[in-house]
Design a protein. Structure first.
Length: 477
């Protein structure tokens, strides 16, 4: 007999608690292999393909595209074993006597499965590479009415956070309304029942502890011959109150929600202050041209952002107070020895902050290569959660948007962020004479708990001096 195993959303790292289903990569009834990616999720600003540790036939999917699932919530169920392919083989056979498949938890026989032939090689927090979990399920045939013979045998796609595997009619014993509260959590399920005249008390839910799911209501609608066109409204339409014409509501979830939560927390917890200075960047641009010319036409080019990152690491070595975070519970300032530079990158999906690890130990050329790699990964959505967390200082080049200045919000829990405006030709007094120079504005937002204005001003002034005279960096070589 085949065994139905439940695969839950694993912890994808960095203490993530939830993920949004972006795209399903498998269909119900499809045969999957061990470690085959089955769903694409977005979490902590990263797009991640989640592999399934089991091989067999997908019997149910949990969660619609665009829905958020908590870590540990079910993703899908897979029929594993010698008979796992039976449902798929029966499909399309033309037999009028189709059988449904009911996946039933066997609590009494919950034990280790010693007969698993394949094990997962994917290592994600939440499931390992060894034996499967102790929970067991068995598959038993259940008769289905002749009208349902053309359906996929016992395989049904789930809705919401719980999926329904069997495709069976509402049980006869549920005909009499039961006293007490109706076991329905989702307001959308209640609305669907109300719109189609379905009495929820007459239904027996197929979810955990008798919970009534949307699939239960839809089966009742189909059995009564009611129109099943009352589709679930979109998230925006469901959240918008009736009568507010012209009002558009966008849910704060996914990437937008992560950004909103982090920025709000930063403003609540960090007493930030900003200082800024105008800088002549003409010599820095000239130094960059000289470096790229010396490397030859085939050598990788050093970016301006890489030079600014190298200047920041040198400044943090002089002013380590800003490479820190505040432990509010312990009431301690935690200074960090390693410098991980984050940089703001605008993508089609929103703002992300990739992280260059151990930036203090990298040359300008190494920084440029890593910045280029991370920027490309950010644009195509392939950054991992580990590449988006752990920064100790952030560099924000908002000059690419054609603006001169800003007061950036600190990337919590860091202590400082350097902002760089556009570089434009401006009149400037150079060596006692008025000249046209390439000028930019630097702004430093810092956590006033970790240092006072003297440290922040000294850091910003050193950065400005290195921009105006890149040879200043040679003192530390």
């Amino acid at each position: 007999m085949a065994e139905v195993k439940e695969f839950t959303l694993p912890d994808l790292g960095e203490g993530l608690t939830e993920a949004e289903v972006v795209r399903w990569l498998v269909e119900v009834g499809e045969v999957v292999a061990v470690d085959q990616p089955v769903v694409e999720v977005e979490t902590a600003k990263a797009m991640v393909e989640v592999p399934c540790p089991y091989g067999g036939v997908v019997t149910a999917r949990y969660g619609a595209e665009g829905e958020e699932l908590a870590v540990g919530a079910p993703l899908l169920t897979v029929a594993v074993g010698a008979d796992a392919s039976a449902p798929a083989a029966a499909e399309g056979s033309g037999s009028g006597g189709a059988d449904g498949v009911v996946a039933e938890a066997d609590g009494a026989d919950a034990a280790e499965d010693g007969g698993a032939g394949e094990t997962s090689g994917a290592v994600l927090v939440g499931y390992g590479t060894g034996a499967p979990p102790a929970r067991r399920r068995r598959v038993r045939p259940t008769p289905v009415p002749a009208a349902a013979a053309g359906q996929v045998n016992g395989v049904a796609s789930g809705y919401g956070r719980h999926a329904v595997t069997p495709e069976v009619p509402v049980r006869a014993e549920a005909a009499e309304p039961a006293p007490g509260p109706v076991p329905v959590i989702s307001p959308l399920v209640r609305r669907l029942a109300w719109q189609n005249g379905v009495e929820l008390r007459t239904l027996t839910g197929s979810g955990p502890d008798g919970l009534i799911l949307r699939a239960d209501v839809e089966r009742a609608i189909g059995a009564a011959g009611a129109p099943a066109a009352a589709a679930e409204p979109s998230a925006a339409a469901a959240s918008a109150p009736a009568g507010d014409a012209g009002e558009v509501r966008i849910p704060l979830r996914g990437l937008r929600g992560v950004v909103a939560d982090k920025m709000s927390r930063s403003r609540r917890e960090i007493p930030e202050a900003t200082c800024w200075v105008d800088v002549d960047a003409t010599e820095l641009l000239a130094a960059r041209r000289a470096m790229n010319a010396a490397g030859g036409p085939d050598a990788p080019k050093i970016s301006l952002l890489a030079l600014l990152a190298r200047i920041c690491t040198a400044a943090l070595a002089r002013y380590p107070e800003l490479n820190a975070r505040v432990d509010t519970e312990a009431r301690e300032i935690v200074r960090l020895e390693r410098v991980h530079v984050g940089f703001a990158a605008q993508t089609d999906r929103g703002l992300v902050v990739p992280v260059v690890r151990d930036a203090h130990a990298r040359s300008a050329e190494s920084l440029s290569e890593e910045l280029g790699r991370l920027t490309g990964a950010a644009r195509d959505g392939s950054l991992t959660p580990g590449e988006l967390t752990g920064s100790t200082f952030t560099l924000n080049n908002y000059g690419v948007f054609g603006v001169d200045g800003s007061t950036p919000i600190i990337n919590h829990p860091e202590a400082a962020m350097l902002g760089v405006g556009r570089i434009v030709p401006k009149p400037w007094v150079y060596e006692g004479e008025l000249a046209v120079r390439q000028v930019t504005q630097l702004s430093l937002t810092f956590d006033h708990r970790v240092c006072d204005g003297g440290v922040a001003g000294g850091f910003l002034r050193y950065v400005a001096d290195c921009v105006e005279q890149p040879a200043v960096l040679l003192r530390g070589v």
